[in-house]
Design a protein around this ligand. Sequence first.
Ligand code: SF4
Length: 190
Amino acid sequence: MIPINLIRQYHFCPRIVYFQELTNIKPIYPRHVNFGIDYHRYQEKLSKNRKFKKLNIEFYEVILDKYLENETLNICGKIDLALVNKDEIIPIEFKDTGSKKPNYAHILQLCRYGVLLENHYSKSFKTAFISYSNNLKLHKINITPKIKDDFFDTIKKIEKILENDIFPNSSANEAKCTQCEYLNYCDDRI
Ligand code: SF4
């Protein structure tokens, strides 16, 4: 079963999926990764008491830190935060990074939560929210069929790497590689 956090890894660089899932390499993570984990825990703690009034939507349940699996879709993972109302399921993500508007890789990350949840709760998944630590504004994202198609396309590409044991090509640039924990293992990089 594919852990949904691999979606983010795949979009950063497909080789990370290979290193993480098919090798025994134990990477040493840079400090900013630990900062991100701390920020995540901090937001999780805050969310236990949040009322989400700014979102102006009705809901009757807050999902926090919940693990789900879906055998049909072959995906599994932990849902950090989502709201449930009578019509739909609404994932929310707080990211420790600066951005003026949602980037596509982050939207696909949110899609991973929504797809797992919509199947588990039998509700539709049409909307998500994301907030960046530089301004804490909550950006609303309308989940289109194309976003879901791209999500499932990514899952298929990850499956192909894992099933065929293929070391993938990568278009990662120098900025990505120099912050990557696997740099020492990619012979064709700086
Ligand atoms: S060093 Fe660059 S190419 Fe290699 S896994 Fe990291 S990001 Fe990808």
